[in-house]
Design a protein around this ligand. Structure first.
Ligand code: UD1
Ligand code: MG
Length: 478
């Protein structure tokens, strides 16, 4: 089988239209920078060598790529003199014979399947140059594919240099090419910058090769959306939406119910088992993994969360945590990094939890903050309980045993331990450990000041109602 000797990715553009401090190719789509999608798409072609032409913000781009995709060589294009110039630089000290793939770093929708088909077609036809083309409903801005009377590729004309008839052509240059390296080298020496941008256009090599009686072919791709490039934020959103539809489509084909695919944003690395239901308005990102039968949403955000079989997360935000099988979360709760809910645990409404474990079947049903805690199994945390984990300087741990009943509105001042089967009285401020099986009562004893309202709030509606209820305004009694 014929092998690809070299891949060149052109990524020296400034991305001015993004109006961003972040280099264009590092903007994200479906949880990955644009350039990562391109690098993943070319990976299966297994080129012997990869060269990436960088310019603007090159340290950032190079640093990012080196960290995730080791083995690439970087070519610096100091002055942006056009795509032809960029390829000239990339070919310095490159192999003299073989096949080279050239593509841009800002086309994240290109798939490895299309690239493989393009490569196979090129190998089958063995021309000196192949151009990947596509029909598009809106060719504006792209180079147009000009064919001769026999329908063969004649040349590529850029939008700015095209005459009115050429502008009518709706077959465009996708910016993906395969070349015989030797033929490309010699054609590049003939490039001239006499065009509207005063640049060396890579696209001009096609006409030069044709004149030199070399074989050039246009190979059409069926799906023009794959070759959309990103130059501004609108195109970023457009490509993100196409990627979203692709990802959602593949999950639905695998048996996931996505109630409203247009409002469901799932990043590439997320794994979802069949028979999961995702309600509208969810964002699932990072290394999120959802097991069968789980219900997610509506309006929930999961970032790197592992969700067990049959669990549910309703109208909540969860990050870097594990939700056990059958556990339920929400509505309106916030589960922060380092939390593990065991099987059948329940976290109800308006609860914030961070860096804590909640044991099998335990419940934190209402309005609580749980931080830096270990909660055993079968335990109930009463409404509005606060784990007071921070003394203003350091964070401290709370340990709660099995089958504990924490009364509503308890303050658990860490570090503190509550033993198995213990209770705390509602409204207690617990500062000392509570032994197993005991009840801790830590609050002032109640006193009733009889008649106080009649004496101190005379004439109010409260006083009127109290009098009707038979309250006496006699002396206070504690
Ligand atoms: C280019 C093609 C056009 C094609 C379109 C497809 C040329 C002259 N035109 O136009 O026919 O339809 O892509 O998207 O090639 N770059 C460099 N150095 C440079 C100039 C560009 O590295 O000096 C890189 C850019 O970062 C980008 C790629 O090359 O990744 C394409 O450049 P861009 O300016 O986007 O070209 P287009 O106008 O889109
Ligand atoms: Mg472009």
């Amino acid at each position: 089988m014929k092998q690809l000797d070299l891949t060149i990715i052109l990524a020296a553009g400034e991305g001015t239209r993004m109006k961003s401090k972040t280099p264009k190719v590092l903007h994200g789509i479906a949880g990955r920078p644009i350039i990562d999608h391109v690098l993943n798409a070319i990976a299966s072609l297994e080129a012997k060598e990869l060269r990436i032409v960088i310019g603007a913000s090159r340290e950032l781009v190079q640093g990012h790529i080196e960290a995730g995709f080791p083995g690439a060589t970087f070519v610096v294009q100091e002055q942006r003199n056009g795509t032809g110039h960029a390829v000239q630089l990339a070919l310095e000290n490159a192999p003299h014979i073989g096949t080279v793939l050239v593509l841009a770093g800002d086309t994240p929708l290109l798939t490895s399947v299309t690239l493989q088909e393009f490569f196979d077609a090129h190998v089958g036809l063995h021309p000196d140059a192949s151009v990947l083309t596509a029909y598009t409903p809106d060719p504006f801005g792209y180079g147009r594919i000009v064919r001769d009377d026999e329908g063969n590729l004649a040349k590529i004309v850029e939008e700015r240099d095209a005459d009115p008839l050429e502008k009518e052509i709706d077959e465009i240059n996708t910016g993906v090419y395969l070349f015989d390296i030797a033929a490309l080298r010699s054609a590049l020496t003939g490039l001239k910058s006499g065009n509207s941008q005063g640049e060396l256009y890579l696209t001009d090599v096609i006409e030069l090769m044709k004149t030199a009686n070399q074989k050039v072919v246009a190979i059409r791709s069926n799906d023009y959306t794959e070759t959309l490039g990103i130059n501004d934020r609108s195109q970023l959103a457009e490509c993100a939406a196409i990627m979203r539809d692709r990802i959602n489509g593949s999950h639905m084909r695998n048996g996931v119910t996505i109630v409203d695919p247009t409002t469901t944003w799932i990043d590439v690395d997320v794994e979802i088992a069949s028979d999961v239901t995702i309600y509208p308005g969810c964002a699932l990102s990072g290394a999120t993994k959802i097991a069968s039968g789980a219900l997610i949403g509506p309006r929930s955000t999961l970032e790197s969360v592992v969700v067990g079989i049959g669990a549910s997360v309703i109208e909540s935000r969860v990050a870097s945590s594990e939700i056990g099988a059958g556990a339920t979360v929400g509505p309106f709760s916030f589960i922060r990094a380092g939390t593990a809910l065991a099987a059948d645990a329940k976290v109800g409404a308006y609860v914030e939890i961070k860096n804590s474990t909640v044991g099998v079947g335990s419940k934190v049903p209402h309005l609580s903050y749980v931080g830096d805690a270990t909660i055993g199994s079968g335990t109930n945390i009463g409404a509005a309980t606060i784990f007071v984990n921070y003394d203003g300087v350091d964070k401290h741990q709370t340990v709660i045993g099995n089958d504990v009943r924490i009364g509503s509105d308890t303050m658990l001042v860490a570090p503190v331990t509550v033993g198995d089967g213990a209770y705390t009285a509602a409204g207690s401020v617990i500062t000392d450990d509570v032994p197993a099986g005991s009840i801790a009562v830590a609050r002032a004893k109640q006193r009733n000041v009889l008649g106080w309202v009649l004496r101190k709030r005379a004439g109010t509606k409260s006083a009127e109602s109290a009098r009707k209820a038979g309250a006496a305004d006699g002396p206070s009694k504690v």
